[in-house]
Design a protein around this ligand. Structure first.
Ligand code: HXC
Length: 293
């Protein structure tokens, strides 16, 4: 399954090709696997886009490639932006308005992750992930709020299901994403009267993504793949996330705010992130008696 979209998405999808015509989406992490495909779907369906990232070359080249998807599409890549720095995001939002005219939709997707047990997770490492995922999401809305208010826009946070139950090796991300859900819910209530909607999308195992490569346990030779544990019997695709993204920004979701759209084939219900390695990996990680501060 390819990790990018092409014209066939428009031909085969239930969405009208121009439903986002004249709209602009601002996407942090837009050069990464999941958020890039969310951006591609929006662009294919008529939107212009600004993608924001830390890596200048990666962000600019992804923007150029995404712009090829639709004749006339304008996609700008704004690199050297760390979502932990609100002023850098504000500068990116200002440039987006200067070059693309407006911001209607915001995807707060920039995230940091790695597997670590508590024993080996330093206070600084915990702070890094919480700062990227949670403070970064807050900063993204802060920097784009004036445009969202003016255009009665919509926000989409990229969350996770890691905090619905205790997931070892992911306590830093779980804590951050629990905060992201709380942030989205409160914003839905506070900004609803201004005409701004706020929702989260919570991906599960999405094949071919950096997160999946970082988190999925290696398959044992001859053993049934992890996908056999997913109620819907397959891993997710970036297109699955893109389809939900389109729905949540589309007029079909005009009355939908303060929700969390889980796109995981049902796996969180069976503790999918924990079962594979619990508790053996925890016991081995703690054979080292010295905890990292
Ligand atoms: C333990 C680690 C570590 C590891 C880094 N650290 N990797 N600790 N195990 N594997 C620690 C470092 O030692 C350091 O702590 C602290 O984290 C900060 O690291 P820095 O290198 O200073 O960089 P910084 O830019 O602050 O950190 C970013 C990062 C990095 C999150 C640590 O991994 C990163 O840049 N990631 C960006 C890309 C990314 O993660 N994409 C995946 C997204 S997928 P000390 O104490 O030594 O100073 C995703 C999916 C989530 O988010 C949900 C899935 C369902």
């Amino acid at each position: 399954m390819p990790n990018t979209l092409d014209q066939s998405f428009v031909k085969n999808s239930p969405w009208k090709p121009d439903i986002f015509k004249g709209k602009v989406v601002f996407v942090t992490g837009g050069a990464g696997t999941i958020c890039r495909v969310q951006t591609e779907a929006m662009v294919l369906l008529g939107a212009d886009a600004a993608i924001i990232g830390r890596n200048v070359a990666k962000t600019e080249s992804a923007a150029k490639e995404i712009a090829q998807l639709r004749p006339g599409a304008k996609v700008i890549g704004i690199g050297a932006v760390d979502v932990r720095e609100v002023q850098q995001l504000k500068d990116a939002a200002d440039r987006t308005v200067r070059e693309l005219g407006r911001i209607d939709f915001v995807i707060a997707g920039a995230a940091g992750n790695f597997l670590s047990d508590f024993n080996h997770l330093s206070s600084n490492a915990f702070k890094s992930v919480v700062s990227i995922d949670l403070l970064g999401s807050y900063n993204t809305v802060k920097a784009t709020f004036d445009e969202l208010r003016k255009n009665k826009g919509a926000i989409l946070f990229v969350s996770a299901t890691l905090h619905y139950y205790g997931v070892p090796f992911q306590l830093h991300v779980g804590a951050a994403k629990a905060g992201v859900d709380a942030l989205s819910n409160a914003l839905a209530v506070e900004l609803g009267p201004l005409g701004i909607r706020s929702n989260c999308i919570a991906p599960g195992f999405i094949d071919g993504t950096e997160g999946f490569a970082r988190l999925a346990p290696p398959a044992e030779d001859g053993a049934p793949g992890m996908e056999s544990k997913v109620p819907l019997q397959r891993f997710g695709t970036t297109k699955d996330i893109a389809e939900s993204t389109v729905y949540l920004f589309s007029p079909a979701a005009d009355y939908v705010t303060g929700t969390i759209q889980i796109v995981d084939g049902g796996i969180w219900h069976i503790g999918g992130f924990t079962n594979a390695f619990y508790p053996q990996a925890i016991i081995s990680a703690n054979s080292d008696p010295q905890s990292k501060l």
